[in-house]
Design a protein around this ligand. Structure first.
Ligand code: NAD
Length: 255
């Protein structure tokens, strides 16, 4: 097991489930103190207990990334406790409504943009403010294949994730010279609880088969496969990677 993040302090948002949970495990196994953050305290505490049981270094701080004050307080609490924040995986996000654009309400649009896009903006903003004080850091954002291409019935999610790619590139341009690298991961379909729940519903069986066949590798991804990419982007092993969107999608964007 590589200890590529030995001694680092790394935040993971949305770490209570799915991609964030698996990534928090990987980041702790790579030697970091992982700050697990999630809107759902029960899930976050459960992940904290799992990592502690494996001998990893971790703590939990609740925050709603869709509330600027929560994000500011989260980063301030990390700096107060550790003196710095070396890395962040801005991963918290919510799934789309499944509606065509004209059916999406303004409330649904606002919520998707607030959590999936403004949440990433606030995270980068307060992380950068802390990292500039300590000479640099690494930021990784979770976009999606839908940060580069669209599918039907997901306009607010597609728009937000395209925005995450824009923010990633803009932040890389702003802070590259000051030792802060900012990159994004574009996951294909990953087998998280949302996908598992759909798989239990006979109405979605054909849809999921079609979706799986859109991945040339012939299967959906596992959350840990995103975690491995996050560890690499947070480590020195990716030292010349900046402003990049790395597809981890079994080839979804290749065809
Ligand atoms: N699963 C996929 O197929 C897939 C594909 C591409 C991109 N993504 C992206 O990956 C990220 C993680 O998705 P997942 O599939 O692991 O989902 P998930 O639902 O399993 O986990 C998301 C976590 O984020 C938390 N969360 C939700 N809203 C929050 C908020 N406002 N503040 C803080 N935490 C909040 C939830 O409580 C949950 O623990 C999301 O950004 C999602 O858009 C997922």
């Amino acid at each position: 097991m590589s200890r590529a993040l030995e001694g680092k302090v790394v935040l993971v948002t949305g770490a209570g489930s799915g991609i964030g949970r698996a990534s928090a495990h990987r980041i702790a196994a790579a030697g970091a103190h992982v700050v697990i953050s999630d809107i759902n305290a029960e899930q976050g505490q459960a992940v904290l207990a799992e990592i502690a049981a494996e001998g990893g270094q971790a703590s939990f701080l609740r925050a709603d990334v869709g509330v600027e004050g929560d994000v500011a307080a989260l980063i301030a609490a990390i700096v107060a406790r550790h003196g710095r924040i070396d890395g962040a995986f801005n991963n918290a996000g919510i799934v789309q409504t499944g509606k065509r654009l004209h059916e999406v309400t303004t409330e649904e649009w606002d919520r998707a943009i607030r959590v999936d896009l403004s949440g990433v903006f606030w995270c980068i903003k307060y992380q950068v403010l802390a990292m500039l004080e300590t000479g640099g850091g690494r930021i990784v954002n979770t976009a999606s294949s839908l940060g580069e291409v669209a599918i039907a019935n997901a306009s607010e999610y597609v728009a937000a994730k395209h925005g995450v790619m824009g923010l990633t590139r803009a932040a890389a341009a702003d802070y590259g010279a000051e030792g802060i690298r900012v990159n994004a991961i574009l996951p294909g379909i990953i087998q998280t609880p949302v996908i598992d729940a759909l798989a239990q519903n006979p109405d979605f069986k054909a849809f999921l088969v079609k979706l799986r066949d859109r991945h040339p590798i012939g299967r959906f991804g596992q959350p840990g496969e995103i975690g491995d990419a996050a560890v690499w982007l947070l480590s020195d092993q990716s030292s010349f990677v900046n402003g990049a969107g790395i597809p981890v999608d079994g080839g979804y964007l290749a065809i």
